[in-house]
Design a protein around this ligand. Sequence first.
Ligand code: ADP
Ligand code: MG
Length: 247
Amino acid sequence: MKLEVQSVRKTFVENGQTTIALDDLTFSADAGEFVTLIGPSGSGKSTAFNLITGLTMPDQGNIILDGQRINGRTGLVSYMPQRDLLLPWRTIRDNVIIGAEISGQARSKAYQRAEELFPLFGLEGFEKAYPSALSGGMRQRAALLRTFLLGKGTMLLDEPFGALDALTRYDLQQWLLGVWERFKPTILFITHDVREAVLLSDKVLVLTPRPGKIKLEVRIDLPQPRDDSSVEFIKLQSMLLKALQER
Ligand code: ADP
Ligand code: MG
């Protein structure tokens, strides 16, 4: 699905203090495109996701999905929040079907759909395990499966690999590319890591410090799999890092 964010402004008022989180934020993601947002902490990245999911309303501007204005409308995109925890008292199988369960789908049907995807998500054999029995990487894949099973054509992933060690992170990046290439959802991705951004994305958007707006848009035209030691890769990476660091 094609997603457009048009001139969006979002302010918060807390204890009489007004914070402009986003000001005139405009960008788009084509159907099947992998678009990454990077920006300093507090630049409004998570705020942008909350607006796109419809959990909050913009003060100004529009969120458009496949040509339809969806301001404040929930249930149209799949969302993985920044700290998406599994429920420790539920098995992996019961964790990943939560979305379907809440939306009233029959459990047996939800299980069936989940079971088909367990191998692809590297969770086969752990259907009835509890989250505490899984490695960090597996827990993150389970949280991604839960998001994936929401079944929308657009996935919003807010720093999904932020807390992982470098090696696990590398594995999950490659694995996510495989899932994306197979199903081609539109992906909006947030990261702090410019290397990760260049490795995964079709397009990278750099946000300014608060109030966030797009400072730089860079298309990454390198074929997959990408070589992070190539001259082109390193050039793009340092260009993004420079944009991120200058005030
Ligand atoms: P990022 O994800 O880029 O780190 P956020 O979107 O979380 O940034 O936050 C952007 C700014 O908006 C921050 O200054 C944050 O404190 C503020 N903010 C976010 N959500 C709220 C809220 N619900 N109430 C008040 N201020 C908020
Ligand atoms: Mg955030």
